[in-house]
Design a binder for this molecule. Sequence first.
Ligand code: HEM
Length: 304
Amino acid sequence: MWHKVEEGLIPLLDYFSKQVKELDLQEIFQRFTFDSICGLVLDYDPRSLSIDLPYIPCEKAFTDTEEALLYRHILPESIWKLQKWLQVGKEKKLTKASDVFDQFIYSCISAKREELSKLEVLQKQDEDLNLLTAYMKAYKDESGSSGDPSKFLRDTFLSLMIAGRDTTSTGLTWFFYLLSKNPLVEAKILEEIKTKLQPKDDGKWNSFDALELRKLVYLHGALCESLRLFPPVALEHKAPIEDDILPSGHQVAENTKIVLSFYSMGRMETIWGEDCLEFKPERWISEQGGIKHEPSFKFTAFNA
Ligand code: HEM
């Protein structure tokens, strides 16, 4: 990720600011997280984060997929199933997006497997330990067969790509939106970075790791606050597999879908107090000056 920031994100932002050109920050963050997650999961860099903003079908297929899935929550099941059968509307786009994912992921998997079989011949496979090899081993151990793991790998990787791409890019987009509306918070964050991470004399950042980032308590608070007001996963649903009673005493019949709105929960006075609509990173800072822990049932951005 650090490499992507230095080699992709910063040069691109520099370029656009020097050209005094407008850019869509959400699109830039989506490209940033897409490249990062592809690197992590597929060991492949699609370089979508370049100055010419190349069109990469797989990168765009996420948006069509998520829109179609959101509509499935709104439309009656019979309607979206009919649309799927007739191949019209958002369901048509979903089928197309699925084909695009297949093409992209399967070609990455087969290129990687080819590379691995060459290493196997050279008996150097252990040197190339990555997510793909780890999952292939897991598949072999679990199924006990030498069957083709392609479909399993495709599903697993697509899941991870969806989990990692839009959550982080949406989180970053709202965070910078909130900073643009709250210049005092921005100033405090910059001050904290300057005093605690000490940039080099030329003003550039030293690379820092996760451990050093822990010093930035105010920044951490601001990120939590942004995730509270704009949780990237805005809703979630659960259904009991048999009749059940909730801790509140409500009876729930088997298969009843319960929709939890994390977005609304982040803005409830009964949960966060009268100032619940304000962007206040201080809310997250304890009396001792550390980050205040909130239980996952209260701060639901990462599910409970
Ligand atoms: C701001 C960033 C993120 C947010 C807000 C977020 C939020 C969530 C939420 C709400 C869930 C529960 C979904 C459900 O149960 O239906 C979840 C699950 C998951 N997330 Fe994230 N996530 C973020 C970043 C990431 C990243 C970067 C990755 C991986 C690269 C990731 C991997 C996963 C995985 C694998 C699960 C499934 C866990 C399980 O089934 O037990 N997430 N995330």
